[in-house]
Each structure stands twice: as C-alpha cells, then as structure tokens.
Design a protein around this ligand. Structure first.
Ligand code: FES
Ligand SMILES: [Fe+2]
Length: 377
C-alpha cells in the first residue's frame, strides 16, 4: 500500500516494511553490501604485517590484514578445511600466520596454506588453491574498501564517482590529503535503527534547525533546511563570528595546507552509497562507516582525522570532536525514535518527503532497482 493523491510538494517514502522486514534486509545484504564496494578499516588500523580486523560484510565475515610486502589483503574468514571461522576476535595481531583453532590448518598473511597436520603426506594438495579465498581490496583516502563480488563494479565510477557527483571533481577531495591524515579520535555508535534511516538522515537538513543547535550556530544556512548535499559543489559557509568548526565556534586546529581558498571556512558533506559519509572542513575530515548488522541495528564507526603533527603533539581536539559527536548523537537518537514507527500500521504505506528532501526519493529508487522484494511503489 502506498500513499496516493499527494499534493505536488510531497512525494512518498518507502513503506515501513523496508525498514523492518528481514527478507528485505537479506536482499540488501546480498545485492548491496556483498555486491558493492564496502569500506571497512582505516589503513592505519593494520599498522604492521599480521595486524588484523574482522568485519561483517553482508552475510559474510571478512578478515582484513597486512601482508609482509606491506599490502592490505582481505579474505573470507572461513577455513578451507571444514569451514570453521578462522579469527573470532574483532581485531588482533598474529606473528606470521593464521592458524585455524579446529584442526590447525595454517595460512600465511598472503592467504597461502603453509602448514596443516600431515600436509606433507598429501603432496597433491595445492597450497594456493586451498589457501584462504581472497576478496577484492582497494585503498583510497587511507581507507580499505572490499568487494565480495566475483566481478566488482568499477571503483572509479561507484566510489570516486559519488564524490565527483557531489563536489564536481575528484581533486576537490584530494586537496584534503585524507590518506595522509591521522586519526585523532574514533567513536563507535551502536544505533538501534535501520541503515537507510541513517542514510536518509544524513542526506537532508530539514531537521537541522530542530535537533542541531550547535551545528546551525556554526553553519547558519543550515537553519533554512537545505543540506550541503542539496547543491553540487556547494559547501555551507561558516557564520561570520565563527572561528573554527568546533562545538562553540572557537578556533579549530591547523588548516590542511592543500585546501583551496574557496574551500576555506566551508563544510562539505558526501554520501558514498551504501555506507560511507565524509565531512570536509578546513582543519579536519570526519569519516563515517556504517556496518548494517540487522534490519533494526547499525554500528557506525566515525573517525576524526587531523594533520599528523596535530595528533602527535597531543593538541586538544576535544572541542573539535565534540561538535560532530553531538551531531551524531542527535541524529542517531532521531533515527532510533523513528525505527519503532516503521512497524506501525500507520506507516504501512510510508510517509512523505518535502521538497528539500525530494533527493532522498532518488536513493529509494536506486535501492528498489536493486531489490525484488518489498511492495511496489
Ligand atoms: S576447520 Fe579449520 S582446520 Fe579444520
Ligand atoms: Fe543531522
């Protein structure tokens, strides 16, 4: 059931079951998260060979590590012998190999099968063919992106293309030197809401005046409800009295040298579907990854990135971090307040989008084109 006979100012949203139905979530896992480029870790999380992290990507567990040659590798976290989960920890470090805790098949950091009980008596077992199954990996902006598809979509078109669509060109983000920045703070949020509510929230600023008093103080144009994501190439300008992108508008940290004059004193926001949000301000970059865990639960990992000397010198970044940490909490609280409504019978036909939210309708169409579950609009 969808809303019909809407006035021209309003267009329909997805119906409630898109946010609650496990069958919809299962298709999203398969056709979105396992099919697209999915950002997992910061390269510096895997500082040296043998450091690893594990992630849920769609329905799969993925093991990401750094090999001896310094390259990042990603594998299905599944033993090739009889399928035991190889690493059960979320992060850690091995010396030179991953050993399965079941029958001790042992894999090098490059995934090759290097040892197993009685392996020498099975000379016909190919060490590569029975090594860990790799998944595609790319590094960009200092982050590790994986793709579980056999034939991954073009990284340039899908990931970098999303930045170009928003900023006009890829140089506009490269000027921030995101790959060379250091993590000054990381906060992980466990949000009791469907991942799409978080995406939709990030795409609009109709809520800014209501729930983000600190943000609209710093970016006065946000009080009008038009998000920085609404116009191509537009960055919201800092208020006249504002000295930096901080919780009280006080001075920020050292400005990133590559940032162009026209990018100074401006805030840019980018959504890279399906699960990354990037925020650019002159002295730091805020980088969100969402990990959809269930139809009603999403873990969000957020990094605040600064020039390396700012982090190394121990400068106080707390006022800087606090601004977007508050914004995040305000946003996630709104998403959590919305999630229960998704299963209300009142929302079976969905809700409506006002003109400043109409671009969210494109996100809905994009998603529906990937799925063949859920009611027709
Ligand atoms: S299942 Fe891993 S060694 Fe047997
Ligand atoms: Fe918000």
């Amino acid at each position: 059931m969808t809303l019909t006979n809407l006035p021209p100012s309003l267009i329909p949203t997805l119906s409630g079951e898109y946010y609650t139905d496990p069958a919809v979530f299962a298709q999203e896992q398969e056709r979105v998260f396992e099919a697209m480029w999915f950002c997992v870790a910061r390269g510096s999380d895997l500082a040296k060979p043998g450091a690893f992290r594990t992630f849920q990507v769609g329905r799969e567990s993925v093991l990401v590590t750094r090999a001896r040659d310094g390259s990042v590798r990603a594998f299905f976290n599944v033993c090739r012998h009889r399928g035991a989960r190889l690493c059960t920890e979320e992060s850690g470090e091995v010396k030179r190999a991953f050993q399965c805790p079941y029958h001790a098949w042992t894999y090098g950091l490059d995934g090759r099968l290097v040892a197993a009980p009685n392996l020498t008596s099975m000379p016909d077992v190919d060490r590569t063919a029975y090594g860990l199954a790799g998944v595609h990996v790319r590094e960009w902006l200092g982050y590790v992106w994986v793709c579980l598809a056999d034939e991954p979509p073009s990284f340039e078109e899908e990931v970098q293309g999303a930045v170009v669509e928003r900023l006009g060109d890829v140089e506009s983000i490269e000027r921030y030197g995101v790959g060379g920045l250091s993590v000054g703070r990381r906060i992980t949020y466990d949000v009791r809401a469907n991942w799409k509510l978080i995406v939709e929230n990030f795409m609009e600023c109709y809520h800014c005046a209501t729930i983000h008093p600190e943000l609209t103080e710093v970016l006065p144009e946000f009080a009008d409800g038009y998000a920085a994501q609404y116009y191509v190439g537009h960055g919201a300008e800092f208020g006249e009295e504002v000295r930096g992108f901080t919780v009280d508008g006080s001075e920020g940290l050292d400005r990133i040298p590559g940032v162009a004059e026209e990018q100074d004193r401006r805030y840019y926001a980018i959504t890279v579907k399906p699960q990354v949000f990037v925020n650019l301000v002159p002295d730091h970059v805020i980088f969100h990854r969402m990990y959809p865990m269930a139809a009603d639960r999403t873990v969000v990992e957020c990094d605040w990135l600064y020039l390396p000397h700012v982090v190394e010198s121990g400068k106080d970044v707390s006022r800087s971090v606090e601004l977007f940490d508050r914004v995040n909490r305000q946003d996630f609280e709104a998403c959590e307040r919305t999630q229960p409504g998704m299963s209300s019978r009142l929302y079976a036909g969905g809700g409506v989008l006002v003109p400043s939210e109409h671009h969210i309708g494109e996100f809905h169409t994009w998603l529906q084109n990937k799925l063949d579950v859920g009611p027709a609009r």
